[in-house]
Design a binder for this molecule. Structure first.
Ligand SMILES: [Fe+2]
Ligand SMILES: [Fe+2]
Length: 275
């Protein structure tokens, strides 16, 4: 349920800084009364607010082999990792709302777009956690990686945010969501497959949002050159590919053949793209 007594700032602020999951899952109604009378934050915090149980961990858990996802514990490990990515997306989007400027009507519109995506990430998080619970586990049962926070929290403007979040992390998730949806269907796990299908449909919208934003801001550059110039070291376009690269899903997001080919052929010897 959307809470109308919460200001836009306080909503994003409690999502980012509260250590309670229920605060991170609160919704807001994005109507014409959204209040932009707050000043953007100056510094990126070291990390989001997290309870003891949900702190980032250095421990690495091996992601189960696709063929072994019919086993309950493996399914739980996968759902837990996917839920963690959703929670990080929620927190990074709240950070974008708090730290990016909103001087112009366009910037306000973009923030409302980010807020819309954020609330879809909340739905994804809940779907994964419900599935996790049906396997007998809770969010926090396994170590939580903070990798996305470390890589993706240092954007200074809307184009850097979109390049890192939408065109890299979310674009890679187009492949991952499509791949795991197929795996779960092959394993006869309709429930998990339908979650991945929902996530994929929303992810197309989220990538599309970033693509249209970058197209507006790219000036005379090609979209690919502009995109690549925005990525902070050590992120490269290789990170925007998941398992089983899907050109057609990128077309649905408004990317053209030349951009898609540049991504497809991009090789920085990064191991994950070659799994
Ligand atoms: Fe998501
Ligand atoms: Fe997303």
């Amino acid at each position: 349920m959307a809470e109308d007594n919460l200001s836009f700032h306080d909503w994003a602020n409690s999502i980012l800084f509260s250590s309670h999951l229920e605060d991170k899952l609160r919704k807001i109604s994005l109507n014409h009364r959204v209040d932009f009378s707050f000043s953007p934050m100056n510094d990126v915090p070291a990390g989001p607010g997290r309870s003891e149980l949900h702190l980032f961990s250095e421990k690495q858990l091996k992601f189960p082999k696709a063929s072994q996802l019919y086993l309950k514990q493996n399914l739980a490990i996968a759902m837990h990792a996917f839920a963690n990515h959703e929670l990080l997306a929620i927190e990074l989007m709240a950070l974008a709302i708090l730290i990016l400027p909103h001087h112009t009507e366009q910037e306000k519109k973009w923030k409302l777009g980010i807020a819309q995506s954020l609330m879809e990430e909340q739905v994804h998080f809940q779907l994964y956690v419900d599935r996790l619970k049906s396997c007998g586990y809770d969010f926090g049962s396994f170590p939580l990686s903070g990798f996305f926070w470390q890589r993706a929290s240092h954007f200074k403007n809307f184009s850097e945010y979109s390049a890192v979040m939408s065109l890299t992390l979310e674009a890679a998730n187009l492949d991952f969501a499509n791949y795991y949806q197929k795996i779960f269907l092959e394993l006869g796990d309709q429930v998990s497959a339908s979650i991945l299908e929902k996530v994929l449909m929303d992810e197309i919208k989220h990538v599309k949002f970033g693509v249209s934003l970058l197209k507006k801001l790219k000036g005379d550059h090609s979209l690919f050159d502009y995109y690549q110039s925005l990525l902070p070291f050590p992120l490269t376009p290789a990170r925007s590919k998941g398992i089983d690269f899907q050109p057609h899903l990128r077309k649905l997001c408004g990317l053209d053949n030349s951009f898609i080919d540049s991504i497809k052929n991009f090789d920085d010897q990064f191991a994950i793209t070659k799994r």
